[in-house]
Design a protein around this ligand. Structure first.
Ligand code: HAM
Length: 436
């Protein structure tokens, strides 16, 4: 027999789990608004070329792609960055700068199944276009931290690891690497945390042996955790670019410190990011315990708008994924039990009373109250039980005798107390009760 299960890696959201996910989205939206970001959206299906070479080999290998009925090579979006670059690039002159945009939508990657990774997941993306200085990084890292704090997480729960591809290139150049070798070495550094010394094999296989001293200098650089350590090591070099870059580091860390966010950010040059387009500062957020994969990742990508046909436009951004985030919140007991309870439950005696109740229910719903009632005739006992199970705060009782007198009974479901009110004043009585 055919089984109609969902595909591996695709989640289904029953109301309770959707309420939890909506809680994340609501908090992220609120944080983005507080930081002055505007929301946008874009197509879920794009031309395959948009991601080929732009996103990097890893993502290209994970694309959900196919040929459509018109013979076009297309792909479900695996990330937002190339798309948002196209959008901004197409109207760059008309948009007020700096352009601060965000979105919360689904993405598709054919990934190996593992904890916190799926094949369809949501990301909160935030990006700033048109700001070349590190002030854009400050604003974005600030927003990233706020998105997590807004959910109740603290500096004991997560941290942002800040790194810099430029710094690496200048450092490797000072050690005698050419551009191609430096890119190869960044590939190895990307794997260093997971593979340890074996990661260097990725480099030596392609570029030949590495002098012991050079390897030592790289491992030392990888061990830097603070700005003074960075200053000390860079101070030993006579590279002008390296010391100029230190000023940018001082600005970013100084700005974040002034925002009161120093406890959330660590210097960590082990982060280089796998995506192909990053050009400067890069960062990733992780849980402090190190149980989970990355919560968020981002960085500067100054060339991508231009490469996709737009004008030269500096850009920085990041994305938070919903899956690892939800795991972390669950671990910390920060996922509220979000019961959506009615304000009012109408308890209805019979067919005639039902019509009177409908008029009032409609009135209350139009006024914005959440109102429920039994779709079929039920005894009073069952109706009250149902109202209690749903968590209704008030029951309004439509009995024949009361209706004949032009009144209804309002029952406080918690206190189990009832009062009679004229039907004409029912809406006011509900309002007063709920706002009390
Ligand atoms: P990314 O590091 O590929 O960056 O993804 C960002 C976050 O999305 C990850 O840290 C993770 O939480 C989540 N994520 C990624 N893949 C999966 C998956 N298969 N299942 C569940 N969650 C996943 C980007 O996508 C960049 N475009 C971010 C960016 C925006 N850079 C600049 N602007």
């Amino acid at each position: 027999m055919a089984s109609f299960q969902s595909l591996p890696g695709f989640r289904e959201f029953y109301p309770e789990s959707l309420a939890r996910r909506n809680h994340l989205f609501r908090c992220w939206r609120q944080s983005a608004h507080a930081y002055g970001f505007l929301e946008y959206d874009a197509p879920v299906l794009e031309s395959l070329d948009l991601y080929k070479a732009k996103s990097g080999d890893e993502i290209e290998g994970q694309l959900f792609s196919f040929t459509d009925k018109g013979g076009r090579e297309v792909a479900l979006r695996p990330e937002m960055t190339p798309t948002v670059c196209r959008l901004v690039g197409a109207k760059a002159n008309a948009l007020k700068r700096p352009i601060k945009w965000f979105s919360i939508v689904d993405f598709f990657r054919y990934e190996r199944m593992q904890k916190g990774r799926g094949r369809c997941f949501a990301q909160f993306n935030a990006d700033i276009f048109g700001e070349a200085g590190p002030e854009a990084e400050i604003e974005l890292i600030g927003l990233l931290v706020q998105c997590l704090r807004g959910l109740g997480l603290t500096a004991d729960d997560f941290y942002v690891r800040l790194s810099d591809r430029n710094l690496w290139f200048y450092y490797l150049e000072a050690l005698g690497f050419d551009a191609d070798q430096a890119r190869g070495m960044l590939g190895a550094i990307d794997k260093f945390e997971r593979l340890g010394d074996d990661a260097f094999k990725i480099y030596t296989d392609a570029h030949g042996e590495l002098a012991a001293d050079t390897k030592g200098r790289i491992v030392e650089f990888l061990g830097i955790k603070t700005l003074p350590q960075l200053e000390a090591i860079v101070g030993q070099s006579d590279s002008v670019e390296l010391s100029a870059r230190l000023d940018d580091w001082r600005r970013v860390l100084g700005g974040l410190n002034a925002m009161g966010l120093a406890a959330f950010v660590t210097v960590d040059l082990g982060v280089v990011r796998g995506l192909a387009y990053y050009t400067g500062f890069v960062f990733e957020a992780f849980d402090r315990k190190g149980d989970l994969r990355a919560l968020a990742g981002g960085g500067r990508y100054d060339d991508l708008v231009g490469k996709l046909g737009g004008p030269a436009l500096p850009a920085v951004g990041f994305a938070i994924g919903d899956m690892t985030m939800e795991l972390l919140l669950e671990q910390r007991g920060l996922l509220p039990n979000l019961v959506v309870a009615p304000d009012v439950y109408a308890v209805i005696a019979g067919a005639e009373e039902r019509l009177a109740a409908f008029a009032d229910i409609n009135l209350l719903r139009a006024a914005g109250y959440r109102v429920d009632y039994p779709l079929r005739e039920l005894g009073f006992g069952k109706q009250f039980k149902h109202a209690a199970e749903l968590g209704a705060r008030i029951a309004i009782i439509y009995g024949g005798e009361e209706l004949a007198r032009g009144v209804v009974k309002l029952r406080d479901m918690n206190k189990r107390e009832e009062v009679e009110v004229p039907r004409s004043q029912m809406a006011e009585a509900v309002r007063d009760f709920l706002s009390a």
